[in-house]
Design a protein around this ligand. Structure first.
Ligand code: NAD
Length: 260
């Protein structure tokens, strides 16, 4: 379905991003993966995508806190893959703390990675998409783009911000064959969720089990985690021609969380 399309997926060495990169490759897209991690593990993932799906897969080590590296990543993808037809802004981190103790550098880092990086990547990728009159921008937002939770001030702010950026970009590009949409998952079982459990245990004085059942899955009426493959399947759909009239949307995949 996506043969001859070229995709950049930020934050795709792990979790949701990796699942999206693999799902796009499965449909025939060449992919640039990006993110941190052990060099050997990243190379195994990159080579695995090529071997499993017969597409070209390249890696960018661009740091999403650095605007110049983000612009260079898009250029690098245009050179190595030929174009950037699909941009998935997925890189993200979390930090959990009461606001009065929230470290200033963590606020800046979360706004940079979870919000500003999408602006820089979109800004760099849009000229090519407009010129070719085809493009798909998919932003991994969150249920926290629609509702808040305590102790996540920077994350909730960044995710509400990306929902606004998404709508603006959709309107600007509506006549150019380029769509922009957000996917807003509830809790997905990934390293990001696993890593925030100890801090939430501390912030709320709870056991691990209490955090999983009474904090994480409390919000999710289905009482099940979303899977990375379910998020990836929606991203693939948004990149299809069938989804050409879906733009500026913020699609929830949260087991009913934001319906409450
Ligand atoms: P993850 O920790 O598994 O993956 C995050 C990815 O981002 C990794 O590849 C990491 O290397 C990369 N990354 C982090 N900092 C970076 C930087 N400075 N530059 C480049 N890459 C960087 O997390 P995940 O759960 O897969 O999260 C992916 C996205 O999904 C995030 O935007 C997150 O906010 C969002 N999300 C996750 C959940 C969930 O429950 N896991 C729910 C809703 C939204």
């Amino acid at each position: 379905m996506l043969k001859s399309r070229n995709a950049v997926v930020t934050g795709s060495t792990s979790g949701i991003g990796l699942a999206i990169a693999r799902a796009l490759a499965k449909e025939g897209a060449n992919v640039m993966i990006n993110g941190f991690g052990e060099a050997a593990a990243i190379e195994t993932e990159r080579a695995g995508i090529e071997a499993d799906f017969g597409v070209k897969a390249v890696y960018s080590s661009a740091d999403m806190t650095k605007p110049a590296e983000i612009a260079a990543m898009i250029k690098d993808a245009e050179t190595k893959l030929g174009s950037v037809d699909i941009l998935v802004n997925n890189a993200g981190i979390q930090f959990v703390s009461p606001i009065e103790e929230f470290p200033i550098e963590k606020w800046d880092q979360i706004i940079a990675i979870n919000l500003s990086s999408a602006f820089h990547a979109i800004r760099a990728a849009v000229p090519g998409m407009k010129a070719r009159k085809w493009g798909r921008i998919v932003n991994t937002a969150s249920a926290h783009s629609l509702v808040a939770s305590p102790f996540k001030s920077a994350y909730v702010t960044a995710k509400h911000g990306i929902a606004g950026l998404n709508k603006t970009v959709a309107l600007e590009l509506a006549t150019f064959g380029v769509t922009s949409n957000c996917i807003s998952p509830g809790y997905v079982w990934t390293p990001l969720v696993e890593k925030q459990i100890p801090d939430t245990m501390k912030a709320r004085n709870m056991t691990k089990e209490q955090v999983i059942n009474d904090v994480l899955l409390t919000a999710q009426p289905t009482k099940q985690f979303v899977t990375v493959d379910q998020v990836a399947a929606l991203a693939v759909y948004l990149c299809s021609d069938a989804a050409s009239q879906i733009t500026g949307a913020n699609l929830s995949m949260d087991g009913g969380w934001t319906a409450a």
